[in-house]
Design a protein around this ligand. Structure first.
Ligand code: NAI
Length: 688
């Protein structure tokens, strides 16, 4: 066995001979990230293959769980060290002997580009392949945009590169991205294929990129070349793929690399990299290290309303069993029907195989009998948002659940400790705050009550991970992390509306900042009545500025989209229109508040709305409701439509720097008026 070794580091590459074929194993656990050690090792292995006249071909294959999972993003904040992937891939192309890439597990980003630099590709069934660079604000920088169109045609390549989504081995085979999908014995198949090539190279760079249907291509290109906030990488990726049809390979590769290097340093790419790491660390907490989550097989869900059904689907999708209980037969039946309808829709859309759909539905046990919950490992209540209702639910859960089961509430605002106190096992009570629709939204706040045990919390975090959610730990406090910051943002937008900014103007300003929808359009979509009821329950605090507009809308029966009118009026087609009735209601509210309306600029609206979020984020950190600034960004991006490519309010604040931020918060305090609580922004700059 040969072995390559870089200076001072353990070898991550092994070469094993199979007669005249060198099998080059990439062995860099846990996921063969293509960092410097791997690049250097592969380059040395190729040199060894080339130099040995008794070897006729090579196979590149991953040891362990996968081929190469991608590039090492940690390297991307500094100048990249040599050898970089283009040099390694050029060595493969110039090796004078064919090299087969044998893929399993995943081959993403630089990993897939490495495979495209080889002379043939085969993959084990189930392998996932993709070029996710655009999701990180980048384009593939090691030939992906030039070699892929030469291999599978320009239009399919555009889709893969510009969408950044992974495909599996059978789709890859259908596209011609791999030569063969092999159900088993990948290595043996790769060696056979390498030998069968009889020493002949098949370099993708030597091919022409097939253009296919010119009209279809034009339409696809138009879609991806559309400019817009946060679309820079997609646009650049589309341009780069086009070069494959316009430039010789060498020139296309050079320009692609230059563009990649340029994009790597954009604020968008930096923000997306920051989030990549923030999302991976948000579920990890020092004090929970080594704490074993309890085993989860069967989950109870109480309440089959909007949230209960969504939570049930999310749990079924993760392959767990669900016992769904209700107080009301009709509500239970409606919930079960909604679950069935969801799965039917997924099957019709071709997203789910009918067998899978029926297997998942088969794991749902609806019941009106709470005794059924005796067998669950964790129960999530999603009953009405009412303290007394929930306390009763918790007392009943306490009576039926087995010892050691976790009791969770999906409450949005209620005091978790008051709910836990209705049980004799407060240590097993946590909050699991899902977002609507729960089967779609990726965020889950795991809420720590006063007495929640580390095991119960670790179990909640583990459940979130198995549902594929981004989990964030929050302390029990009004609105937890997300709703609290979002409420401060919305309140600030209401202030500006009262002061004279236009409704549509505010929504548009924040949409052009990058939010998918402005705050008033969002309020209409989620319904104005929830916050209304909450304001009524909490009462008005004397001496605190209060904007009456939302109450006036609710009193007029305008509860949002569901009633056909809220801040806006909704046509039966769903189209949103400004409404003169709201204009006069706002004008009357301004008069009553004694405000002389003034003009606003879009930048002022954006700055104030953002400053309100940042201020609340500072308070949330100060009160230790969130543990880390980056956790707050994970929440706002995944649950509240904050533009991902901007990283989140905390990263935004860090970009402004302490001095500017202090000034902005002072100004915010002045504009907001009586009752405003100003946070101390210094914590926003703490290391995560
Ligand atoms: P919903 O009104 O659609 O559903 C509640 C369901 O619970 C109803 O089907 C009702 O029959 C059932 N229920 C009420 N009392 C019960 C009891 N004692 N035993 C068994 N079932 C009972 O409400 P929704 O929107 O699903 O909200 C549920 C919870 O989730 C609330 O705490 C809410 O604050 C929270 N939440 C809601 C979100 C939303 O966007 N709707 C988002 C995040 C949390």
């Amino acid at each position: 066995m040969l072995s390559t070794q870089g200076a001072g580091e353990a070898s991550v590459i092994r070469i094993e001979r199979e007669d005249d074929v060198a099998v080059i194993l990439i062995d860099h656990p846990p996921v063969n990230i293509g960092g410097l050690a791997v690049r250097r090792g592969v380059l040395e292995a190729i040199a060894a293959l080339r130099a040995d006249p008794t070897l006729r071909a090579g196979v590149l294959i991953g040891a362990g769980s996968c081929f190469v999972s991608g590039s090492d993003l940690r390297e991307f904040d500094a100048p990249l060290q040599d050898p970089q992937w283009p040099e390694v891939i050029a060595a493969i192309e110039d090796a004078g002997k064919p090299i087969v890439a044998a893929l399993h597990g995943v081959a993403f980003g630089g990993g897939l580009e490495l495979a495209l630099g080889c002379d043939a590709r085969i993959a084990a069934s189930g392998t996932r392949l993709g070029l996710p660079e655009v999701t990180l604000g980048l384009i593939p920088g090691a030939g992906g945009t030039q070699r892929l169109p030469r291999l599978i045609g320009v239009e399919p390549a555009l889709r893969l590169v510009c969408e950044g989504q992974a495909i599996d081995a059978s789709k890859a085979a259908a596209l011609g991205l791999i030569d063969e999908e092999v159900p088993q014995a990948l290595r043996a198949a790769a060696v056979r294929l390498a030998r069968s090539m009889k020493g002949r190279k098949k370099r993708l760079r030597d091919l022409e990129a097939p253009v296919g249907d010119a009209d279809g291509l034009r339409q696809t290109l138009e879609r991806y070349l559309r400019p817009g906030p946060g679309r820079g990488a997609v646009l650049a990726a589309a341009q780069a793929v086009q070069w494959a049809t316009q430039l010789p390979a060498a020139q296309g590769l050079e320009r692609e690399r230059a563009l990649f290097q340029e994009l790597r340093r954009t604020p968008e790419a930096e923000a997306l990299r920051y989030l990549f790491f923030a999302e991976r660390s948000s579920a990890r907490h020092e004090e929970l290290r080594g704490v074993r989550p309890r085993d989860l097989r069967r989950i109870g869900v109480v309440g089959a309303g909007t949230m209960g059904r969504g939570i049930a689907i999310a749990v079924l999708d993760a392959g767990l069993e669900v016992v769904l209980v209700e107080r009301d037969k009709a509500a239970l039946e409606a919930g079960v029907a909604a679950v069935a309808q969801w799965y039917q829709g997924r099957v019709q859309a071709g997203k789910l195989h009918p067998d899978q759909a029926s297997r998942r539905q088969g794991a749902l046990r609806p019941s009106l009998d709470w005794a059924e919950l005796a067998s669950v490992d964790l129960a999530i209540e999603a009953s009405f948002e009412d303290l007394e209702v929930k306390r009763e639910v918790f007392a009943r859960l306490d009576a039926v659940l087995r010892p050691g089961a976790v009791l969770a509430s999906n409450t949005s605002y209620l005091d978790l400790d008051a709910l836990a106190a209705a049980t004799a096992r407060e240590q097993d009570v946590i909050g699991l705050h899902f977002f609507s629709p729960a089967q779609v939204m990726r965020l889950l706040e795991v809420v720590r009550g006063r007495r929640s045990s580390p095991e119960a919390l670790a179990t909640g975090l583990a459940l979130g991970a198995s549902l594929g959610k981004r989990t964030v730990l929050a302390r029990n406090a009004f609105g937890f992390i997300g709703n609290r910051i979002h409420a401060a943002y919305r309140r600030q937008c209401e202030y500006m509306l009262e002061e004279g900014a236009g409704l549509r103007q505010i929504d548009q300003a924040l949409e052009s900042f990058g939010f998918a929808m402005g705050p008033f359009a969002v309020a209409d979509l989620s319904g104005l009545d929830i916050a209304w009821r909450m304001r009524q329950a909490r009462g008005r605090k004397p001496g605190v500025r209060y904007v009456e507009i939302p109450d006036l809308l609710c009193e007029a029966g305008r509860l949002g989209r569901k009633t056909g009118a809220g801040y806006y009026r909704y046509e039966p087609s769903g189209a949103r229109r400004e409404d003169p009735e709201v204009e006069s209601l706002v004008a009357a509210a301004r008069r009553r508040a004694g405000v002389r309306p003034r003009d606003f600029r879009a930048e002022e609206i954006q700055e104030r709305a953002l400053a309100a979020m940042v201020n609340e984020a500072a308070l949330v950190l100060e009160e230790q409701v969130a543990r880390r600034g980056s956790d707050i960004d994970v929440v706002l991006v995944n649950g509240f439509g904050f533009p991902r490519w901007r990283g989140g309010p905390v990263l935004h604040a860090r970009g402004l720097g302490p001095q500017d931020l202090h000034a902005r918060l002072d100004e915010l305090a002045r504009c907001s008026g009586p009752g405003f609580m100003r946070g101390d922004p210094s914590r926003l700059f703490d290391e995560d």
